[in-house]
Design a protein around this ligand. Structure first.
Ligand code: URA
Length: 225
């Protein structure tokens, strides 16, 4: 494993912090100061940070069926957050949601303490698919579906082609690989329609499946990506 990944898993900080700590000579491997975070380390190597042992944290993954009315944040002074949907035993301090759902959006939200997975699932270049059930105020025309499939423009940004499955005249399943602010709502606005109801059905390999509203379930990394 790369030293950098090991240090991320130990919760030492972001990659930027880790690069800085290594550059400053604060990490030793088997008693030797190392200055390159990209080196490979073995299980039996002794890694110390400022002379102290580090403990690799156990990486965990949870799927939550977010209901409407909660913002995707671990803290907010005024508005209810998704934390209110989490059970009291949930270790809120070290976990975070991967990506965001709007306050009025429902559906699948993943929580983890795995910074690497967070990056993998949210980086545009990773092209991780997300499928939304989108209910619309007005009937959708075939030509609008074509536009979404080719890639609509939102505020000067040309969206990547989306997959569209028509559910009925006023509902579609929309699959996208980007995650810009209000992406779905803005894509729908660009075809002169409006979102009435939005629910995330899948994220990567994970499906909302039979999760009940407000339910949290532990899942495996291989269920996600
Ligand atoms: N796109 C949106 O517009 N809102 C969401 O909550 C998720 C995707």
């Amino acid at each position: 494993m790369r030293l950098e990944k090991y240090l991320v898993n130990c919760g030492l900080g972001s990659r930027r912090v880790i690069i800085e700590e290594v550059k400053n000579g604060n990490i030793t491997v088997n008693g030797e100061i190392v200055y390159d975070e990209r080196i490979d380390i073995e299980k039996e190597d002794v890694i110390l940070y400022r002379g102290k042992f580090l403990k690799e944290k156990e990486l965990k993954y949870y799927a939550l069926y977010k209901t409407s009315g909660y913002i995707t944040a671990m803290k907010d002074d005024n508005r209810p957050t998704v934390v209110e949907l989490l059970p009291s035993w949930f270790p809120k301090e070290s976990f975070f949601p991967i990506g965001r759902l709007d306050r009025d959006t429902e559906g699948l939200l993943i929580f983890t303490n795995d910074g690497d997975l967070n990056q993998k699932m949210t980086q545009p270049k990773s092209k991780v698919e997300k499928t939304y059930l989108v209910e619309l105020f007005f009937s959708i025309k075939d030509e609008d579906i074509k536009k979404l499939e080719l890639g609509v423009e939102i505020n000067g940004h040309k969206c990547l082609p989306a997959k569209v499955e028509k559910v009925n005249e006023q509902a579609i399943l929309l699959t996208i690989v980007e995650g810009k602010f209000h992406q779905v709502k803005r894509m729908i606005r660009s075809i002169n329609n409006k979102v009435k109801y939005l629910k995330r059905m899948t994220f990567g390999k994970m499906e909302l499946g039979n999760l009940k509203e407000g339910e949290l379930r532990e899942v495996l990394l291989e269920d996600l990506i």
